[in-house]
Design a protein around this ligand. Structure first.
Ligand SMILES: C[S@@+](CC[C@H](N)C(=O)[O-])C[C@H]1O[C@@H](n2cnc3c(N)ncnc32)[C@H](O)[C@@H]1O
Length: 285
């Protein structure tokens, strides 16, 4: 029983067809409405012609929003999934944006370009770097001194119970509370300047888009694939819905932050202050 349920993540999240079909319904592959993306971009202090890097760009959900938001922007997008990059390139071509976007198949850690960007987006893949702080450290040299980074990060909205951890195949240490996540960002030498917590409705819409995408795949043989195994996919949809409704809904949250790098010369001061504040407890009167 345990093993059967534990495979829903593999069956769903590792299958690119699901994301392709979900993207048609919900372009950004994270729980964010378009207006939230625009509001977050509005807080990233972008100039007229920013140079942007999107690490783990998926099908280009953020990239196309940025190119629309700043008609002078140019973007480099990197994702390990070749089919996503292929589709994002076709989309850029269709929109007449190919000259403003450079989409590359590559690894988020190993294949980063050797240049500086005004904005870096890294939404929903801190685990690829081994966590939030290593991700911030790895991406720092690629950001211009006055640049901004937009990061997407899971948080615990409340203490996860055993069922939640089981369906997510996660441990308590994989995420933190909102407060402690912000502390970690500051402790890593960054200044958080904006945060958007995805609402329950944003989460629900995103999950429903995945469920709809999977169901289309099962029932309509979507994504042009031959020999779709309808019963297996329907079973996976059911497991996914169960994991959401009975496992992590209301417990796993999603934050999008805009952060700025604190100059190295100030970092020691800020980090020691953050550390002292974390460990200091008020004396009892
Ligand atoms: C949850 S999706 C988010 C996609 C996109 N950032 C968005 O918000 O629409 C995570 C993406 O990270 C990519 N990814 C995961 N690990 C990666 C790695 N080590 N290198 C490059 N891409 C990776 C996946 O292929 C997937 O497209």
């Amino acid at each position: 029983m345990q093993k059967e349920t534990a495979t829903w993540q593999e069956r769903i999240t590792s299958n690119e067809s699901v994301w392709n079909l979900t993207h048609d319904i919900h372009p950004v592959l994270n729980p964010l409405y378009d207006e939230s993306v625009r509001r977050i971009l509005g807080r990233a202090s972008l100039g007229d012609a920013p140079r942007v890097l999107d690490v783990g760009c998926g099908l280009g959900g953020w990239i196309f929003k940025i190119l629309e938001f700043r008609p002078g922007a140019t973007c480099v997008g990197i994702d390990m999934e070749a089919s996503f990059i292929e589709r994002a390139r076709a989309e850029a071509e269709r929109r007449g944006l190919s000259d403003r976007v450079d989409l590359r198949v590559g690894d988020a850690v190993r294949d980063l370009p050797d240049e500086r960007f005004d904005l870096i987006v890294c939404a929903g893949l801190p685990e690829a770097f081994g966590g939030l702080e290593p991700m911030l450290e790895r991406l720092r040299p690629l950001l211009a001194p006055q640049g901004r980074m937009i990061i997407g990060q899971g948080i615990w909205e409340r203490e996860p119970d055993e069922e939640c951890l089981r369906v997510l195949e996660a441990s308590r240490g994989d995420h933190d509370t909102l407060e402690r996540t912000i502390d970690s960002i500051a402790h890593a030498g960054w200044a958080p300047v904006y945060g958007h917590k995805s609402t329950e409705q944003e989460w629900d819409d995103f999950v429903w888009a995945c469920v709809d995408g999977l169901t289309r795949w099962a029932l309509d043989g979507g994504d042009g694939q031959e020999g779709v195994d309808t019963p297996r996919i329907l079973l996976a949809v059911s497991e996914y819905r169960h994991a959401w409704l009975n496992g992590y809904r209301g417990t796993l949250g999603y934050m999008t932050f805009v952060v700025r790098p604190v100059p190295r010369s100030w970092q020691a001061l800020v980090v020691s202050y953050e550390l002292a504040r974390r460990t200091w407890t008020a004396p009892t009167p």
